[in-house]
Write a protein that binds this ligand. Sequence first.
Ligand code: MN
Length: 323
Amino acid sequence: MIDPVERWRRMLGPETEKAAWAGLPSFADVPYSEDPSDLTGVDVAVVGAPFDELVSDRPGARFGPRAIRCATPTSSYHLEERVDWAAELRVIDYGDAPVLPANPVASLGAIEATVREVVAAGVMPLILGGDHSVTEANVRACAGDRGPVGMLHFDAHTDTAAEVHGQERSHGTPMFRLVEAGLVDPGRYVQIGLRGWWPEEQVFAWQRERGITSFFMHDVARQGIDSILAETFEILGSGPVFLTVDVDVLDPSIAPGTGTPEPGGMSSTELLRACRVAARELSLIGADVVETLPLTVEDMTAVVANRTVAEILTGLAARSRAG
Ligand SMILES: [Mn+2]
């Protein structure tokens, strides 16, 4: 286990903060390890899934995990929730899954196997994508013997197509595959933020037949995010839920660094609040934040993706504190 802050404290004094741009860029400067034995006693492990070989449009999400780690803020104390997630939870950065370039099957297998190591230790995985196809690997690892789990899905797109460009494995198909495989319970599957021009009506018909709940962006605009979350929590209940956040749910004016940007999206105010409240109110068994394509060194999409992860951690900390 490497604590990226330890050298600063040892050499400069126990209260010293690490310079944000220096040292090992673990997520939020939490301790870093790739050794499964270091998962003992941990609450949450951040895992990178640096994979983008199944995109239908812009590539680059393979650079997402590193950029999100580098967008770390200086503190873990949340001003509204009034909780310090790093004080409340034992969080480590478990590094990246060992992806194999130009081999999607091996790479997704490696992502699933890495997340399985986390789950097997009784630790909640928080995965940094990667294109949205990684969610299939993540949920396969998290669902395990639990049977079908609930899903809360923030996205501009449903990702429930049976194929995209004739390909069954694509970042547009993971949720179809998870429902068909019996790993996600369609009656406890809620999508928020849908808009734009894809998919076609027959995909929505497939969704309705199975009882999947869809909140479109026009619902968010008319009804407000808090009212939609209240309905969502009723549907998801107290059972296990996987939270998946595609940053393209955000308006591309906030998050232009994404694979399939769609204008007319959510504000970061809405998404950050929704992720924190969801992590506080639901029984999350895992979460991922996907489709971040850093465009610059100080990439704004990576900053908002980083804060989305921090909001999830804050919600978990608030839940843990409440007992
Ligand atoms: Mn997606």
